[in-house]
Ligand binder design. Structure first.
Ligand code: FES
Length: 87
């Protein structure tokens, strides 16, 4: 399975959501981080991951962490490289 980052881009009306927290903006920055490291990771847009108040949220799969507050792509990348053991 290709290492994949499922990035929630859901928008909720009248409530906090990953879209309103900047998910689309972080997607572009995160893709640049992936490209700069020549990683074979994919980013896929995801519906709601169930943690709307603390977005943008990312689930790394297979076997990766669920990350919250992913507004800083460099910080997200550092966390994934430190915590995500891909098999
Ligand atoms: S809107 Fe992203 S987790 Fe619900």
């Amino acid at each position: 399975m290709t290492p994949t980052l499922y990035l929630c881009v859901n928008r909720r009306t009248g409530a906090g959501s990953c879209s309103s927290a900047g998910a689309h903006k972080v997607m572009a920055a995160l893709q640049a981080e992936i490209d700069a490291r020549a990683l074979s990771w994919e980013i896929r847009l995801s519906p709601c991951l169930g943690h709307c108040a603390v977005g943008p949220n990312i689930k790394a799969a297979p076997g990766g962490p669920m990350l919250h507050g992913c507004s800083d792509a460099q910080q997200v990348m550092a966390t994934l490289l430190r915590e995500w053991r891909q098999t």
